[in-house]
Design a protein around this ligand. Structure first.
Ligand SMILES: Cc1cc2nc3c(=O)[nH]c(=O)nc-3n(C[C@H](O)[C@H](O)[C@H](O)COP(=O)(O)OP(=O)(O)OC[C@H]3O[C@@H](n4cnc5c(N)ncnc54)[C@H](O)[C@@H]3O)c2cc1C
Length: 499
């Protein structure tokens, strides 16, 4: 029996592990609901809710191919041992996973089992991520090669037939207004993105009110593998080539989208190459940039959207209620938490991991560190939340949507209501400190303190040699990913991208 172990690849199309297994004999397609995985501090009920829907959709597509999905709850090693005893597994097929410490250690235990039972474990690449990589030369070329390969189609399946389907797993309270799981949902979004929603993607992706519509919103489908990154890349390139040939908003939006599909793997590669970055600064010299413990009051206020900085509060409340935030706002909430509030990125990474429906450890930890200045190879980008507010949400629509207590504040004051004279506050009928918090600290003062801390830190340590190591191992070699003034003008500001 060929066993296909589904992990974060919950689809049947362009699934190398499934297609190869099917070519070799009867197949048992399996998903293991691992209680220990769902108890990790970066997991949440919304992730499980999304995965559950992906599993239902996957079961339907596997049934159509001839063999339903089996879903079994338990420890991976125990489940696989029992299935081996029952069926005799001739090979275990799965996609390579670049996950958190739990999945890394679980895979080591599975590997030991496979060695013990002489079961070959065949792991396939679904992303342009390479195992055991020490330097980035030619990385972009290998990514292109993998993404250009023909899609893999699965032949009809034979197998053991109907089996357990244990989806009744309690994981806490799910999110009512999140995106729904399953490949079909993802492809529907793809179609509307490339035909109508995406035209002004490039110009509006940084604006929180517009971005929810103009961005592709494919991230949770890519994170849990309900869609193949290769298929998305190939389809969007084909559409660009046939429909958006002349210079236009569409053409430049599709180019920006294509770049981001590349970044997806570029960032996951970092965690794959240095898994310790889940817990430690990528640049070892930056480990002590932040205090070991977070100030509990500041952390609590930031997580709850009660800092008194309206745009930050609106973003944190939005992500809690929807599971999504556009890139620029993610970068800003993290940068402000780290630099301005002096909160260690490890303490803010976990609440965000639980809140983002698209939580992808490789992208998440790389971005957390990049926005907190601990990679040592990216320029430090400190955001002023008031300035960002006037730039990205000039009418304060986004702030008012998520902080309704500020509804009566006019746009001139919406991003700094605490600066308005008392008489105006009275006129608006708002008592700051009661109805809406006073700022934890004034942003300008927080910025001054942050710059001073960073300057002092830099003066204390020689950071050059380690920065060279990080750059060699993790820096993008691709010219198009170097700082790009035009992109930054368009408001997406990966200006400091891997430099
Ligand atoms: C602190 C922080 C944490 C983040 N955590 C995650 C995460 O856990 N999971 C995640 O998928 N993205 C994460 N991102 C990256 C980015 O914000 C999201 O991928 C994007 O907002 C998802 O929306 P979308 O699918 O509409 O993206 P689009 O803009 O439509 O992009 C298409 C796809 O490209 C990829 N992508 C886009 N931007 C980036 C980027 N900057 N880096 C890497 N890949 C990118 C994603 O797979 C995305 O679905 C994080 C960014 C920051 C600053």
């Amino acid at each position: 029996m060929q066993l296909v172990w589904f992990k974060r690849d919950l689809r049947s199309e362009d699934h190398q592990a499934l297609a190869t297994a099917a070519a070799n004999g009867p197949v048992l397609p399996l998903y293991i609901v691992e209680p220990e995985l769902w108890q990790q501090p970066d997991s949440s009920a919304r992730h499980w809710g999304f995965v559950r829907e992906c599993l239902q959709a996957l079961d339907q597509s596997l049934r159509a191919l001839g063999q339903p999905l089996w879903v079994i709850q338990g420890d991976a090693v125990e489940v696989l041992s029992q299935l081996h005893q029952r069926f005799g597994i001739s090979a275990l097929h799965s996609h390579m996973e670049s996950g958190n410490r739990f999945t890394f250690e679980r895979d080591l235990r599975v590997l030991a089992l496979c060695k013990d039972k002489a079961i070959p474990w065949l792991e396939y690449r679904q992303h342009g991520v390479l195992r055991g990589l020490r330097q980035r030369e030619n990385w972009a070329e290998q990514w292109e090669r993998l993404m250009s390969k023909p899609l893999v189609h699965c032949p009809p399946l034979t197998g053991p037939g109907e089996g357990p389907f244990e989806l009744d797993f309690e994981c806490g309270t799910d999110l009512a207004h999140r995106q729904r799981g399953g490949a079909a949902q993802g492809w529907k979004l793809f179609d509307s993105f490339v035909s109508e929603r995406g035209e002004h993607y490039r110009q509006t992706m940084g604006q929180p009110m517009q971005a929810g519509r103009s961005c592709s919103r494919l991230s949770p489908y890519l994170a849990f593998g309900a869609m193949s990154l290769r298929e998305v890349t190939q389809r969007s390139r084909m559409i660009t080539k046939t429909q958006y040939t002349a210079p236009s908003a569409w053409k430049s939006s599709m180019r920006s989208f294509d770049k981001r599909l590349h970044w997806h793997c570029h960032f996951i590669q970092k965690l794959e190459s240095e898994p310790r970055m889940e817990f430690e600064a990528l640049h070892r010299g930056m480990q002590a940039l932040y205090p070991a413990e977070a100030d509990p009051l500041r952390l609590q206020a930031w997580v709850a959207g009660q800092t008194g900085w309206p745009l930050i509060d609106a973003c944190m409340r939005a992500v809690e209620h929807t599971g999504w935030l556009t890139f620029r706002m993610r970068a800003m909430v993290v940068s402000c938490a780290s630099y301005l509030l002096n909160l260690p990125w490890q303490s803010t990474a976990l609440p965000l991991a639980r809140a983002f429906l698209d939580y992808e450890p490789g992208i998440h930890y790389s971005q957390m560190q990049m926005q907190s200045g601990t990679t040592g190879i990216n320029a430090n980008r400190m955001y002023n939340p008031v300035k960002q507010g006037f730039e990205k949400d000039p009418a304060g629509e986004f702030v008012k949507r998520w902080c309704p207590e500020l509804e009566a504040v006019p746009k001139e004051w919406i991003h700094m209501p605490y600066k308005a004279p008392r008489s105006l506050q009275q006129k608006w009928g708002i008592k700051l400190g009661d109805d809406y918090p006073l700022p934890l600290i004034e942003p300008e003062q927080a910025l001054r303190e942050a710059r001073h801390r960073l300057k002092q830190y830099r003066a204390m340590y020689d950071l050059g040699e380690e920065a060279k190591r990080v750059l060699k191992m993790h820096g993008s070699q691709l010219r198009q990913n170097r700082p790009n003034y035009n992109d930054s003008k368009a408001g997406l500001d990966q200006l400091d991208f891997d430099f």
